[in-house]
Design a protein around this ligand. Structure first.
Ligand code: FES
Ligand SMILES: [Fe+2]
Length: 317
């Protein structure tokens, strides 16, 4: 699939990957394996063993390496094969390597780098939530659409009085003037109070402040016709341990209801990547969406997994 080049995409919640566990998941258009060593560090690669192409997910994690469940070949986080149990005394061919992806864990999310440039050492671009509290409560919701449709749904003020007429849209103005601001990878919009702005940090995180709460979304591309939301609320109303989790679950329940209103409508749109020119007739209230499409089209590129070494190098094995 096409993705924004040289950016970090959120792909998993940290809590989904326990120490010593592996997990197979379709992300960024590919079947991937993730694993976490006992030291907490995470590896990510194409979910296919270069030996005879069995899936690696479900394999054991040993010394930070993923072990293929078929013949026990073992791979480190850089993708290098470090053990072939059937031939312990023979050299390991350099081509026996995984297509490993640059992987980072920050803000209780796992992120993958799209390249083609090497992943930078800088922190993943994120919102400043200093003074705000998240109790660790989140949930995910899968939607049968391209992730760009889901992003645009969250950049769309004009749908509020219709899709959410009996929830968050009750007080929205049908003909509100929508203001848009673009600053690098950040796109913000608001109707009325500029402090009540909704913000996207491209390519795939979003927040919306309502009083003492920030609703937060991570948009996770699965493939061209599927995406997943990870949903949280950062708040500064309740900090008492235990009570904050109860409050967090209540907010999650409310968010499920709101997203549950979005999903059936969004899934009726063609499940495809959005473009500036794709046969849709946009109007001024779509200004944040137009800004997003323009930004993405300036930075998008085909995404491919890093190439494995030349297979002909295996002939010496
Ligand atoms: S297929 Fe993975 S070790 Fe043989
Ligand atoms: Fe909505």
């Amino acid at each position: 699939m096409e993705l924004v080049a040289n950016r970090w995409y959120p792909v998993l919640a940290s809590a989904e990957l326990r120490p010593g566990a592996s997990l197979g998941a379709r992300r960024l258009g590919h079947d991937l394996v993730f694993w976490r060593g006992d030291d907490g560090a995470i590896g990510a690669a194409a979910d296919q063993c270069p030996h005879r192409r069995a899936k690696l997910s479900g394999g054991r994690v040993l010394d930070g390496c993923i072990e293929c469940p078929f013949h026990g070949f073992r791979y480190d986080r850089a993708g290098a094969c470090v053990a072939i149990p059937a031939h312990p005394d023979r050299p390991i061919p350099g081509s026996m390597a995984l297509r490993a992806l640059p992987c980072r864990e920050e803000h209780d999310l796992v992120w993958l780098w799209t390249g083609p440039d090497p992943a930078p050492d800088d922190p993943v671009p994120f919102f400043d939530f200093t003074g705000w509290h998240w109790a660790g409560t989140d949930f995910h919701e899968d939607v049968a659409t391209h992730y760009t449709r889901a992003v645009e749904n969250q950049l769309d003020y004009a749908h509020l009085p219709f899709v959410h007429r009996n929830t968050i849209g009750r007080f929205a103005t049908v003909d509100a003037e929508v203001h848009t601001e673009v600053d690098g990878d950040r796109i913000a919009f608001w109707a009325g109070d500029p402090d009540a702005r909704i913000e996207l940090v491209g390519p795939a995180i979003w927040r919306n402040r309502t009083g003492s709460m920030y609703q937060f979304l991570a948009f996770v591309p699965i493939d061209d016709t599927h995406m997943r939301y990870y949903v949280r609320t950062y708040q500064r109303a309740v900090r008492i341990p235990g009570l904050d989790r109860v409050f967090g679950r209540m907010l999650a329940f409310a968010n499920r209801i709101v997203l549950g209103q979005d999903t059936p409508v969004v899934e009726t749109q063609p499940a495809e990547e959005t473009r500036l020119r794709m046969g849709e007739v946009l109007v001024p209230s779509d200004a944040p969406i137009i800004a997003y499409r323009r930004w993405r089209e300036a930075h998008r590129a085909p995404f491919a997994l890093p190439e494995p070494p030349d297979p002909h190098a295996m002939s010496g094995a």
